[in-house]
Design a binder for this molecule. Structure first.
Ligand code: PLP
Length: 410
């Protein structure tokens, strides 16, 4: 939609009036519209934008949603809010028809506040604090995951009308960035006892869920997980429980080629193991898939040191801020200067530090960058997954102060 105006709305704490920057995409004369937008924000904002900010490209979110629907027809995505709870992202996904995976009371509250129906929420945390469960009962969020007998007893006490999804341990071998199976999921020999525990408590097990691990790169694990899910469905039948109706294939997706490969495996495995259950409701809990590539970080260079040929820079975001993903999510930073490098421009071996006084707060070392100056900007792509969601206020640099510009075409 090259000729349509593209706008950016500035959101964030302390932003009293919604601020809209508008420009024509084709006026930018560059393919990378997000960089063009960042240039425009830096050049034209009033008051001047002088600290790190994120840009959320809503067009990207729409593209990803369409790609999800065409690759996994009939599989409703329940966006995992924990990945990036930015309201504009959650709101856009709600408008597109997504459901939501919430991990806590606050996430449920935030999603309900956007007008989402409680039935479009799965409380997908297998171990929940009692007051949070009581809140879910109050607002009618009636589907949750479990993987222990103790959780069954707790749900019975706090939310006796809740339906359950038995969370299975994801299979090994997915080469995930973060293997969630270390912490969650019933082992094969725990499935029957856990089904019985729910049966004894009089709680309905509506289905099964699993998570192959976030950032899984070996996509064949979905096949094994779907096979194990079918075994759990059959075990419930053998116990005389009401037929299960929901299969939750979790998250673990990364947009791009691995998504295409993963969905081919999933569709094939669904046909193989669940082809005889045409009324099955299949849902997913993607987080990274929607968030990662939709956000770009612009961080400002706030300091510089020259040591011989080497260069050291300080920027105003770091591993205690939205770049915590370097430590927590194995993000590999590849910053690029906002200013377009001149052809043949000399580069220097550079280190980029974050703003806190901790030396661990180092963003990248031994990295080639052209000469940049204090006041210039470094751009980090793919900064939406597990970034601002997990930042701190360490040293008084508050992650929630990072402004979000939301880019959309109108
Ligand atoms: N569902 C659950 C229960 C999770 O714990 C997570 C991530 O930790 C997700 C979904 C989202 O995973 P991803 O971002 O890999 O899609």
């Amino acid at each position: 939609d090259g000729g349509r105006p593209m706008q950016a709305v500035l959101l964030g704490p302390g932003v009293k009036d919604r601020k809209v920057l508008s420009f024509k995409r084709d006026a930018l004369k560059e393919k990378d519209t997000v960089s063009g937008l960042i240039r425009s924000i830096v050049a034209t904002s009033s008051p001047a934008q002088r600290s790190a900010f994120h840009v959320l490209d809503l067009a990207k979110v729409v593209d990803l949603f369409r790609a999800w629907c065409s690759a996994l027809p009939g599989v409703r995505p329940y966006y995992a809010v924990k990945c990036n709870p930015e309201q504009a992202l959650v709101g856009a996904l709600a408008a597109l028809g997504a459901g939501f995976d919430c991990a806590s009371r606050a996430e449920i509250e935030a999603v309900l506040a956007l007008g989402v129906q409680p039935r479009s929420i799965v409380y997908a945390n297998p171990c929940k604090p009692e007051p949070h469960l009581e809140y879910a009962a109050e607002v009618g969020v009636n589907l949750t995951t479990y993987d222990s007998a103790e959780e069954v007893a707790k749900i019975k006490r706090c939310h006796p009308n809740c339906e359950l999804l038995l969370r299975l341990k994801g299979p090994d071998g997915g080469k995930a960035k973060v293997d969630l199976g270390i912490k969650y999921g019933a082992l094969a020999d725990e499935v029957v006892p856990l089904l019985r525990a729910a049966q004894r408590a009089g709680l309905n097990v509506a289905g099964v869920s699993f998570h192959v691990g976030t950032g899984a790169s070996c996509i064949d694990v979905y096949r094994g997980a779907i096979e194990s899910a079918r075994a759990a469905f059959d075990a419930a039948n053998a116990l005389g429980m009401p037929p299960m109706r929901i299969l939750d294939i979790g998250g673990g997706f990364t947009a791009g080629a691995t998504f295409d490969e993963a969905t081919a495996v999933i569709n094939d495995a669904l046909a193989q193991y669940f082809g005889d259950l045409p009324c099955l409701e299949v849902i997913g809990e993607p987080g990274r898939y929607f968030a990662e590539k939709a956000f770009t970080l612009a961080a400002r260079v706030i300091g510089k040191r020259t040591r011989g040929e080497g260069r050291e820079y300080w920027i105003d975001d770091g591993v205690y801020g939205s770049l915590n993903c370097i430590l927590m999510d194995y993000y590999v930073p590849r910053p690029r200067p906002l200013a377009t490098p001149r052809p043949g421009e000399k580069t220097h071996t550079s280190t980029v530090f974050g703003p806190t006084c901790d030396s661990l707060d180092t963003v990248v070392t031994g990295y080639q960058l052209p000469e940049i100056s204090v006041g210039d900007w470094l751009i980090f792509d793919n900064m939406g997954a597990y970034t601002t969601a997990a930042g701190s206020k360490f040293n008084g640099f508050d992650t929630s102060d990072i402004k979000i510009y939301v880019a959309y075409s109108s």
